[in-house]
Design a protein around this ligand. Structure first.
Ligand code: BES
Ligand code: ZN
Length: 633
């Protein structure tokens, strides 16, 4: 682990910057990392690939998508850079059938699928020559490939055509592409994809805006991406333009509503660029997927994948779009070296998301968002404590031999956010913004890890100043569990007003009157701050006045249903069941199933619902829910 004192020494001896003393001067100074970018080694505990000897650089992917067999038959033609003159190319695979492997346009070569690792799958060792330039792998995916969800027409809005989407992050790309499956390896790609006639195919690449006549599509991704951003979606899709370089794809019956919901997208792109420099990917589109999508959003380059549960009708849940857009800088441009450094992707992105929301909707709005997350973070840390897994609340985690899934939580997001906000509040916004802009510029299309980030902070922001170092408190924020005692606390006046209404003898009529003007976020604060043991009687009274059980806002539904389960307020159960069967977004499912599982009776009810719901879920969600419900260890 990095020793902070040695860095301070390093900074002291080669101080590269003269501090800018007044803010005025600061504003007009263009900040630059006036040095060679740091050399950052990539090692990856979650990949068997030998990328430091021989690395893939480009992919030509030819694929046929077969909905009948639920398989993708493909050839992955990799161009490689054999830096070490190695005689082996090692790729990650999981549950792939490898048919044959050829080198440089023809010659068959030997390959071996190594023994299966329970988490990482099977390494594919291919014999190559030091001078080999290209390796072609003919293969097929399994119908159970973790990354891919095959939906039947019933699971779509249109109910007539099947649908498919992939989710590669964190280490699922290897279930549909033999690849060097770590975030530290980047490649460009071209693809030819054949899908059934009448469907559209889209990738994390230059995309069509109309269906082809014969189901054949070609794609090009000219910027190098890591494997976790390799993505495909196929379905009955239509496109609607939103801004000059943005638009939305969705099923035909959804696309107009989606375009309306995301109408501020051009403003978001503009705000993001004004903060941290040009958008480097050309087009920015969003695809609204069917409700089984296991995440809220996924930042696949040029084409964010999104859940339909953010279509609230009033734009109130679109901070998720700001988040995925922000990943076009944090994550997709500057990428964590491996998944132990995940907080660098997500913490930066939440910080950036907040800044975009503040720029467009004002500070009060972004503080409401931050405050909701802050409350969630404190609760989450407490549950880690209760489960005796507090070490996983460190920003930097250990993943040797583990599945990155295991440590996935809100910690890298919201603790990461607070950490960066603490830096902002310590050094001042101007200085931090200039630093970040330069950071994205200097490290675009490169990797970053915690140690290198600490070095950059030391060189450019701390500059040997002990008071700043003390306030930044880097060691505790990054390497210690929980939250440092002194941390930024988001505050909202509107929320303070909401909380005043919650009393032992609540006046339901006046709540109703005030609530008529509430935003989604005030509703969420209200529901979240209701006493956890409020009791069915008050739940019923609230429901009668506020009709919460019938809310159509997925965030409010999830918050209210959690309380309903905790209080065994059974009037809400039919809606809860419908919600759990329809929606696959784990952020909502997890807390609801967890709440059910707290009592033996609840667990029985949950398992009954789960039997109906599970077939609709993507492997990410069913895998996690299986554990929560005690169905697997
Ligand atoms: N990249 C993540 C989703 C992800 C993380 C997938 C780890 C697989 C492994 C995405 O950007 C994300 O953070 N999505 C959030 C939304 C956000 C507003 C916090 C989600 O899905 O809830
Ligand atoms: Zn994210």
């Amino acid at each position: 682990m990095l020793n902070i004192r040695s860095i301070l020494f390093f900074v002291g001896t080669c101080c590269l910057f003269a501090a800018c003393e007044d803010a005025q001067e600061q504003e007009s100074t263009t900040y630059s990392f006036d040095m060679e970018p740091l050399t950052i080694d990539v090692t990856d505990p979650n990949s068997a690939a030998n990328f430091s000897e021989v690395a893939v650089t480009h992919l030509d992917w030819d694929a046929v998508v077969n909905f009948d067999t639920k398989t993708i038959e493909a050839t992955a033609l990799w161009t490689i850079d054999n830096k070490a003159g190695s005689e082996k190319l090692i790729l990650d695979t999981d549950d792939l059938t490898i048919k044959n492997v050829t080198l440089d346009g023809g010659e068959k070569t030997q390959f071996e699928l190594k023994e299966e690792h329970p988490i990482y799958g099977r390494a594919l060792e291919i014999e190559i020559f030091p001078e080999t330039k290209q390796v072609a792998i003919e293969y097929a995916t399994s119908p159970a490939a973790y990354a891919v969800q095959w939906l039947n027409p019933q699971q779509t809005a249109g109910k007539e055509q099947p649908f498919l989407f992939t989710q590669s992050q964190a280490i699922l790309a290897r279930t549909w592409l033999p690849c060097q499956d770590g975030p530290g390896v980047r490649f460009t790609y071209n693809a030819n994809v054949q899908v059934p006639e009448g469907l559209m195919a889209l990738m994390s690449a230059e995309n069509p805006t109309e269906k082809s006549d014969n189901g054949a599509y070609s794609f090009k991704m000219e910027q190098p991406i890591p494997s976790y951003l390799f993505a495909l979606s196929v379905g009955d899709l239509a496109f609607q333009k939103i801004g000059s370089n943005s638009g939305v794809y969705a099923e035909p019956s959804v696309v107009a509503a989606a375009a309306k919901e995301f109408e501020d997208l051009p403003k978001m792109i503009k705000a993001a660029e004004a903060l941290y420099g040009p958008y480097r990917w050309g087009q920015y589109d969003i695809i609204v997927l069917p409700p089984s999508f296991p995440y809220g959003g996924m930042e696949n380059p040029r084409l964010t994948f999104a859940t339909p549960t953010i279509l609230a009708g009033d734009k109130s849940l679109t901070s998720l779009v700001a988040h995925e857009l922000a990943h076009s800088w944090s994550g997709n441009l500057v990428t964590n070296t491996n998944w132990e450094e995940f907080w660098l992707n997500e913490g930066f992105t939440v910080y950036f998301e907040q800044r975009i929301m503040e720029a467009i909707y004002g500070r009060e709005y972004s503080e409401m968002l931050a405050s909701l997350e802050y409350e969630g973070l404190k609760e989450e840390i407490e549950s880690f404590r209760a489960n005796k897994t507090l070490p996983d609340t460190r920003l930097k985690v250990e993943l040797e031999g583990r599945d990155p899934e295991e440590t996935f939580s809100g910690i890298p997001y919201n603790k990461g956010y607070l950490f960066l906000r603490n830096i902002e509040e310590t050094v001042g916004r101007e200085k931090f913004d200039a630093f970040l802009k330069e950071y994205f510029d200097a490290y675009g299309f490169k990797v970053m890890n915690t140690e290198a980030f600490i070095q950059l902070l030391n060189i450019h922001l701390i500059e040997g100043d002990e008071t700043i170092a003390e306030q930044l408190n880097l060691n505790e924020w990054i390497f210690e569990p929980g939250l440092p005692a002194k941390h930024p606390i988001p505050t909202s006046d509107k929320f303070a007003e909401v909380e005043k209404l919650i009393t032992d003898d609540m006046d339901y009529a006046s709540i109703k009157e005030t609530a008529a003007n509430w935003s989604t976020h005030e509703w969420l604060r209200f529901v979240n701050k209701l006493p956890r043991d409020i009791g069915t009687e008050k739940m019923a009274q609230l429901d009668e006045t506020l009709d919460l059980t019938n809310s159509t806002n997925a965030e409010i539904q999830a918050a209210w249903y959690k309380l309903a389960i905790a209080n065994q307020y059974e009037a809400a159960y039919p809606n809860i069941e419908a919600f759990l069967v329809n929606v696959g977004r784990y952020k909502f499912l997890g807390p609801l199933y967890t709440e059910f599982a707290k009592t033996p009776g609840g667990l029985v009810q949950a398992i009954q619902i789960y039997e109906k719901a599970r077939p609709n879920y993507h492997s990410v969600s069913s895998g996690r829910a299986d554990k929560v419900l005690g169905l697997v260890k």
